[in-house]
Design a protein around this ligand. Sequence first.
Ligand SMILES: [Fe+2]
Length: 232
Amino acid sequence: MLAMHSALHVSDDPPAVLDRDLVDTFGVRYAVPLATARVVEAQPTNLYHYRAYIGPAAVTVERGDCVYLIGDDGESAVLRRGPTTIPSRFLATVIRGYMPEDKSTSIVQGTTLPYVNGCSTKQLFPPDRPGDPTLQLLYMPPHTTEQAHHVHSTARVVYILRGRGTSVVGIGAHTHHHPLVAGMVCILEPMCPHHFETGAEPLVCVPLHVFSSTGARELEHPMLHGTHILEL
Ligand SMILES: [Fe+2]
């Protein structure tokens, strides 16, 4: 059992009755950007280090590190290598020991790679080499599930860009549902059993893979290969 996760910092919007012990046990954190940034770091047990700034912050990035952030317009993504200090409005995640070139992209176009259950994806910032970190776009149509219940071997820092859905975390009777709405951040620690679901609305989110699993081909890309289905 994963019991090393620190206490969750969960916003009051949307309200939810959380079983803190359950969520702590499985390793998920939810937050909404507030007036001042909250900082969430990798757990001491993690293989790779990240630090996520949720909400407005001036983010300092050391030499040798880089930062992935959602642009101030809410419709773009930016990657900057350190050393630098960059303002962030919504979400910025610093990854230690990875320093690709600066990049930026809009995130207004659709997806390009098939995923599962009618979902699809696009690599906003593909891994430069197999296994490198990657920023993805995930589109979920209404009335679907992202996947069967699954885990990832590295952390996912997920920004909810548009729409609405539900995050399902846990095992069997020990399962917790939490609403996902635009502007929220959901951080899934390694090996957190989970999946997302949609109802009448689609859900569009931007997951950062804190180190990934492969490069990109039509049916061979980090979203598929970094997902390990649980047969419960
Ligand atoms: Fe997932």
